[in-house]
Design a protein around this ligand. Structure first.
Ligand code: GLU
Length: 295
């Protein structure tokens, strides 16, 4: 995959319909990509069948396309990528950076769930696989919106899971393998994933993969102060009036009103918006009430 100056992505999990918070992240990542003259891809992170909602991925792709946001390359489905995750895991196991772990949640409860050493009282038929983290793994990330972020992996995450005991792939492994395989240069996503970034950087280093640029946008909060949720119906939005949604998200991105606020088409709106977008105006708070501006 050739190295691109800018290739971004939006990577929803199909656990329900897109809410305004996910549309906000999608639009932010699209605008940052297009403003930089770059490409933008959609990846469906369908790795957790028990949490998946039937029809959600198709509905998400449809909502994005109503907002004018479509993938420049065919959508990548993580459920089709098991071989790639297995190959990465095999490399980490072969060089001793990953290990099989029989610990249960109960075994780790006294350590706050953070794994530093195995405490398993019995062995399992299918152990989890973890990445070995050392005390020296203090990872610093420069985030284009949030600024510097530093984390001691040993204290916060410990030896973290790459493949769960139930056989499911961990988000951390899949996201790192796929961001690299898709040649993603810039990861733009919600601030709730900022604290996952050091784990992903550690995994990139362990696998000899490049670290993309990161930008974490505020998470939108509902009137109750809670993060919007795909599983709460009330957090959905009406994609029947895409220009109204786009204008609302635009204001939440800290942008001055567009001359084309009542553009004739979504694509005309997006073209003007990409040119007028000011990345430096995107709010740097970790979270933001979406009711802060009038509908
Ligand atoms: N699939 C994750 C989510 O829906 C996002 C992963 C990412 O952007 O790295 O929250």
């Amino acid at each position: 995959m050739p190295t691109l100056a800018y290739r971004g992505r939006f990577a929803p999990s199909p656990t329900g319909p897109l809410h305004l918070g996910s549309a906000y992240t999608a639009l932010a990542s699209w605008l940052l990509a297009r403003h930089a003259g770059g490409e933008w891809l959609i990846r469906i992170e369908d790795l957790d069948p028990p949490r998946e909602v039937a029809g959600a991925s198709a509905a998400q792709i449809d909502t994005l396309s109503r907002l004018g946001l479509s993938s420049d390359l065919p959508v990548l489905w993580q459920s089709q990528r098991h071989h790639a995750y297995q190959a990465a895991l095999d490399r980490l196991l072969a060089n001793g950076q990953a290990f099989a772990c029989h610990c249960s949640r109960t075994d780790l409860a006294a350590a706050g769930g953070v794994h530093r050493t195995c405490r398993a009282k019995r062995t399992r038929a299918t152990p989890a696989i973890r990445l070995r983290v050392s005390d020296a793994d203090v990872i610093s990330v420069h985030d284009a919106i949030q600024g510097g972020y530093r984390q001691s992996l040993a204290e916060v995450a410990g030896d973290f899971v790459l493949r769960r005991a139930d056989g499911l792939w961990a988000y951390q492994l899949a996201v790192v393998v796929d961001d690299a395989a898709q040649g993603i240069s810039h990861v733009v996503r919600g601030c709730d994933l900022l604290d996952s970034t050091p784990r992903q950087v550690a995994l990139q280093r362990a696998l000899g993969l490049p670290t993309p640029h990161y930008a974490h946008v505020p998470v939108l909060l509902g009137a109750d102060g809670q993060k919007l949720s795909k599983s709460r119906r009330s957090d959905g939005f009406d994609s029947g009036d895409p220009l109204a949604v786009l204008n609302r998200l635009w204001a939440l991105l800290g942008q001055a009103p567009l001359p084309c606020a009542d553009a004739a088409s979504v694509s005309a709106w997006l073209t003007t918006a990409a040119a007028a977008f000011r990345p430096e105006a995107v709010p740097s708070s970790a979270a933001m009430a979406f009711s802060a501006i009038p509908a």
